[in-house]
Design a protein around this ligand. Sequence first.
Ligand code: GDP
Length: 297
Amino acid sequence: MFENLSERLSGVFDRLTKAGALSEDDVKTALREVRVALLEADVSLPVARNFIKAVEKKATGAAVTKSVTPGQQVVKIVHDELIAVLAGEGEPGALKIDNPPAPILMVGLQGGGKTTTTAKLAKRLKEREGKKVLMASLDVNRPAAMEQLAILGTQIGVDTLPIVKGEDPVAIAKRAKTQAGLGGYDVYMLDTAGRLSIDEELMAQVEAVRDVANPRETLLVVDGLTGQDAVHTAQNFDERIGITGVCLTRMDGDGRGGAALSMRAVTGKPIKFVGLGEKMEALETFEPDRIAGRILG
Ligand code: GDP
């Protein structure tokens, strides 16, 4: 079981003198515990190391106010720094979808939740922002995936591009663009094919679609429970395709969310949404303070 970081730290600090400012030794002792907590939460080692270094600089010599213990003070500094790294710049969940019809490219590995997230996001854009959305599945190798998107579309009242047998992904993307223009859609979402692992064929296909669609947003959908694998996936897709943001799924599970910190630190790309279940409503804007709390336990 994970031990709550604040409790862990208060134990450490009970053994230390209560000074008016955090000494180098106090900070070092506390940060050893923070490091363990980060690694337990599945933050990658280099990211944890850099993070600790940044906190060490900020915490050493920081004044400890009367109302808190030195342990609480370190936790606060750690918490604030986590939020700063996770949040980055800009508003979470904000999408560049002006200039209709705006293409959104959805990418990721098979099983990560791409189709579900495409539909969840379409529903959100329709209901919260009043957008007219068209969804198109480009997963020509898996007819079931194409049908799944159509079924979800009917369920949430969002149009899907009719399926034409034998068409390749680039042709579907072009047809979606034309249809979106003619039909007066604000947004069209392209749900690309997923593979079990990243391979050349998948990347070349997604690249070709990207070049045709010129997407306003390219969102990577990854399973938040897969830890370091999710970070590698993000790195690969970003280098090859160029992503504008990440949707982390399965955050309703009991993962500690360390992947979010690693992903943010490694790719520099914002986490825009989190998936919190299988239902169409279960998509929320990414909230850094929630994940920070979860990482700290
Ligand atoms: P794709 O292959 O990437 O398109 O994945 P799907 O969208 O088909 O999702 C795979 C499975 O994961 C489905 O059973 C979804 O209902 C489920 N799923 C997707 N997102 C979430 C989530 O945020 N939480 C949970 N618990 N399940 C999810």
